[in-house]
Design a protein around this ligand. Structure first.
Ligand code: BGC
Length: 478
C-alpha cells in the first residue's frame, strides 16, 4: 500500500488488512501537483471572469480603495470587526511615519441566535456592544457629536463607494433574515439611532482588504491579503484597465483598485474541484447549499465537520469506535478546527493527547488503533485544506504576475493550525515548480497587526488623515 502524503508511520503496528480501506480515503483526499496546477489555472481564469460584466462564480468585488497606505496616516479611529465568530471593537491610534499603532480592544462572542435571527437583532447587538465600548472608554469626538467608525464586515458586499455595501449573500452559515440584498450601512445606522449610539460609519471594508492594507503598511513586498479562518478569501490590487465591469466608472487609465475577490465561491459550478461525497454532504446541510463550494472544502468552519462525517461513516461500516456510544459525535459541527490541530501536535506513541480529546469532548474511549487511524485521517483532511488553499493564492499571484512576493495572511486557523503554513508553502512550490534549492518565492507571512489596523487605515485614507494635512474628523476623536 502506498501512503503518499502523510507519514504512514502513524499507522505502524496495525495489520495491513485492517487499514486497507484507508487507501480509498487517501485517493479521495490527496491532491497531487498536476491536479493543483489544473485547479490553479482554472481558478485564474475564473478570477478574470469575475471582473467582466457577465461575471462568473467569483464576485471580484470592487472596494473603491485605490491606494496602499503611505505610512503617514495619522488618526484615532474606532473600528468594529464582525467576522465568523466574534465581534471585535477597537480604538486604534495611527502614528505618522513610524508605522506604529496602539490599540485597545474588546471581543464579544457572536451568539448562535444572533447569527440566525433577524437583521434588527443583529444590528442592535452590534450597536449595544459599540455603545458600551464608547461609554467604558469615554470616547468622544471634539468636532461632531458622532464618532466615526470603520466597519470590517467579513461577507461579500457589492459596493458603489467605501461607505456603503449591499450584502450579496451570507456565508459561514450565518442566516440573518432581511439583510441579503440590502445595504448594511443604513441598517446599522438605524440601529445606532434606536439605541442612541453616537457613531457613524465612515468606511465599510472586508477583512481581506483590511489584512492587505495592514500588512502592506509594514511590508512593501505584500501583494495579497488573505484570511484563513472560519472562512477563506483574498484581496489584491488590480489595474482598473483589467476590470471591464468598471469601464464606465471614470477611473484614470493607470488607476488601480483593491479587489475583494470573495473566492470562497470558486467552482460553485463544480467544474474542477475534486469533491468527495463528504463535501457534497457538508454543502447540502449548510445554510446556503450550492454556494462557497471552495470555502467549504478548505476553511476552518468545515474541516472539523469533514472529520466528523468521515468518523461517522467509518463507525457505521464497523471500522472505528466499535461497540462505543458515538451519539455525542452526531451533533453537527461538534468538532472544531482546533481539535484537528491539537491532534496533529500529539507526537506521543500512545496518542494520549488525542485520546484525552476524545474522552473529554465526546465521552469516547478509542482503542490505540482507532486513534492512529483518526490521526491519519486528520492529516489527510488538514493537508488537503492547505493544498487547496494554496491554489487560490497561486491563482491571484499568477493573475497579477506576482511570482516573487509576500502574502499577508490573518486568521486564527492559519496562525494556530500546526503545519498549515508549511503544507501550503509546499503546495505553492509544487504549483510553481520552484527549484529545490530555492527559498519560497511567494511567502505566506502571518499578518501581525490585526484587522483593526487595516480598517483604521482604510478610514484614515478615505478621509485624508495624513500628517501635515488638516483632517476633518477622524484625527479628532479623543
Ligand atoms: C466571506 C469573506 C471573508 C472570509 C473570511 C468568507 O465567508 O465571504 O467576505 O473574507 O469568509 O472571513
Amino acid at each position: 500500500m502506498s501512503f503518499l502524503r502523510y507519514p504512514a508511520d502513524v499507522l505502524t503496528g496495525i495489520p495491513e488488512e485492517r487499514i486497507q480501506f484507508l487507501k480509498q480515503y487517501e485517493d479521495w483526499f490527496t491532491i497531487e501537483a498536476p491536479a493543483l496546477r489544473k485547479i490553479t489555472d482554472h481558478f485564474e481564469q475564473e478570477l478574470g471572469k469575475g471582473l467582466t460584466e457577465e461575471g462568473g462564480n467569483i464576485p471580484m468585488n470592487v472596494t473603491w480603495i485605490t491606494d496602499f497606505p503611505t505610512g503617514c496616516e495619522q488618526a484615532r479611529v474606532l473600528t468594529m470587526d464582525m467576522g465568523g465568530t466574534n465581534l471585535r471593537v477597537c480604538h486604534v491610534k495611527l502614528e505618522p511615519n513610524r508605522r506604529d499603532f496602539e490599540h485597545t480592544q474588546r471581543k464579544f462572542k457572536l451568539p448562535g441566535e444572533v447569527k440566525t435571527g433577524t437583521g434588527e437583532q443583529l444590528w442592535e447587538f452590534v450597536a449595544d456592544r459599540l455603545k458600551s465600548f464608547i461609554d467604558d472608554h469615554q470616547i468622544q469626538n471634539s468636532i461632531s457629536e458622532k464618532v466615526p467608525v470603520a466597519f470590517t464586515f467579513s461577507f461579500p458586499v457589492h459596493q458603489t463607494g467605501i461607505k456603503s455595501g449591499v450584502l450579496q449573500r451570507w456565508t459561514k452559515d450565518f442566516n440573518v433574515a432581511g439583510v441579503e440584498g440590502h445595504d448594511v450601512v443604513p441598517q446599522l445606522t438605524a440601529a445606532f439611532e434606536r439605541k442612541q449610539v453616537p457613531a457613524r460609519i465612515e468606511a465599510l471594508i472586508n477583512d481581506t482588504t483590511g489584512t492587505l492594507l495592514a500588512s502592506r503598511y509594514f511590508d512593501p513586498h505584500i501583494q495579497v491579503g488573505s484570511i484563513f479562518s472560519t472562512g477563506c478569501n483574498a484581496a489584491y490590487m488590480e489595474k482598473c484597465s483589467n476590470i471591464p465591469k468598471m469601464r464606465d466608472e471614470g477611473f484614470a487609465e493607470n488607476a488601480k483598485v483593491i479587489i475583494n475577490t470573495e473566492y470562497g465561491a470558486f467552482d460553485n459550478d463544480r467544474k474542477v474541484l475534486p469533491l468527495t461525497s463528504f463535501d457534497r454532504d457538508i454543502d447540502r446541510k449548510s445554510a446556503r447549499p450550492g454556494t462557497q463550494i471552495y470555502e467549504k472544502m478548505v476553511a476552518g468552519l468545515y474541516i472539523g465537520e469533514m472529520l466528523r462525517l468521515v468518523l461517522l461513516a467509518l463507525h457505521e461500516e464497523g471500522r472505528l469506535f466499535c461497540d462505543q456510544d458515538i451519539s455525542p459525535l452526531k451533533r453537527e459541527h461538534c468538532i472544531e478546527a482546533a481539535f484537528l490541530s491539537a491532534a496533529e501536535t500529539d507526537t506521543s506513541e500512545d496518542l494520549k493527547g488525542l485520546r484525552k480529546e476524545f474522552e473529554d469532548y465526546f465521552a469516547l474511549s478509542p482503542t490505540l488503533d482507532d486513534l492512529k487511524i483518526c490521526r491519519y485521517l486528520i492529516g489527510l483532511i488538514g493537508i488537503r485544506a492547505a493544498r487547496l488553499y494554496a491554489c487560490g493564492i497561486a491563482a491571484v499571484c499568477k493573475k497579477t504576475d506576482s511570482f516573487r512576493c509576500h502574502v499577508g495572511v490573518d486568521g486564527a486557523v492559519f496562525k494556530k493550525y500546526c503545519g498549515f503554513k508549511a503544507r501550503a508553502s509546499q503546495a505553492l512550490r509544487e504549483i510553481f515548480d520552484w527549484p529545490e534549492d530555492e527559498f519560497d518565492l511567494i511567502c505566506l507571512n502571518p499578518s501581525e497587526s490585526g484587522s483593526a489596523v487595516g480598517a483604521a487605515l482604510a478610514a484614515a485614507m478615505s478621509m485624508g488623515c495624513e500628517a501635515g494635512k488638516r483632517s476633518s474628523k477622524l484625527a479628532c476623536i479623543v
